[in-house]
Design a protein around this ligand. Structure first.
Ligand SMILES: Cc1cc2nc3c(=O)[nH]c(=O)nc-3n(C[C@H](O)[C@H](O)[C@H](O)COP(=O)(O)OP(=O)(O)OC[C@H]3O[C@@H](n4cnc5c(N)ncnc54)[C@H](O)[C@@H]3O)c2cc1C
Length: 215
């Protein structure tokens, strides 16, 4: 149960964002930019974010050739182009907002291993280089079979390797640390160990019911 003081001063916000991963932090950041006077809090159930943002592989990627070929089942060329552009612009924004050093960004390029089963995707290599030219002004995908030896892969299993110079890697622990620092600097309150269980809407208010009693 919260005291009167806690209820009045510590638990009322204009906006509460649930989850302190990359989506929660970037939402809070952009909201604060738009509404500098708004009181914003992020509630996070973990001691630090316990979701995918700091557990993932750290690929700064926007779609390998076989992923794009697979997406053809549900997306038109225009939709695919728009999606890749959003992903690419998102990565650029991330590098720009947080700083490449602060997120451990390394532009090492990306590589996709092609086995027999993936060979049909190569028919689309020129198509996607052409389609993505308006974003990158350059070929994105190129075949580098010599890398099989260089990387020490088994030649019997792997047909070729596709190289993509525009991808890289991120240290996702550093990235989340930077998001949290930036949000704190902007006056966004981050409350950890607070799991949202349910919420109730009451006219203009929303009441959050959380596991640790910080209603
Ligand atoms: C194994 C794996 C590998 C991946 N590899 C890559 C990759 O290499 N490159 C790439 O771009 N993407 C990758 N992704 C995808 C990427 O990690 C996710 O798209 C991204 O992290 C999603 O961010 P998010 O903020 O929405 O979710 P999350 O990072 O999961 O954040 C959600 C947060 O909300 C909190 N939360 C949830 N419920 C509540 C609640 N009720 N109350 C309070 N807090 C709550 C969680 O604790 C968590 O911290 C990978 C994903 C996985 C799972």
């Amino acid at each position: 149960m919260l005291s009167f003081w806690e209820r009045e001063s510590l638990s009322k916000y204009d906006y509460i964002i649930v989850g302190g991963g990359i989506v929660g932090c970037s939402t809070a950041y952009h909201l604060k930019k738009k509404k500098p006077k708004a009181e914003i809090a992020i509630i996070e159930r973990g001691v630090f974010p316990s979701g995918a943002s700091s557990k993932n592989a750290g690929f700064a990627c926007f779609g390998s050739l076989t992923e794009l070929v697979d997406d053809r089942k549900g997306l038109s060329n225009d939709e695919q182009l728009a999606l890749v552009e959003k992903r690419w612009k998102g990565l650029l924004a991330l590098r720009n907002i947080l700083g490449e050093k602060n997120i451990g960004f390394e532009e090492n390029g990306g590589f996709e291993v092609i086995r027999k089963a993936e060979l049909p995707a190569l028919e689309y290599l020129d198509h996607y280089n052409q389609l993505l030219r308006s974003i990158f002004n350059h070929d994105v995908y190129s075949l580098k079979p010599k890398l099989i030896n260089e990387f020490g892969f088994n030649k019997n299993d792997i047909e070729t390797i596709i190289s993509n110079p525009f991808e890289g890697q991120i240290d996702t622990g550093k990235m989340i640390k930077s998001w949290w620092s930036l949000c704190s600097e902007m006056g966004i309150k981050i409350i950890t160990g607070c799991e949202l269980v349910e919420f109730e809407e009451d006219h203009d208010d929303v009441k959050l019911i959380c596991h640790n009693g910080c209603n």
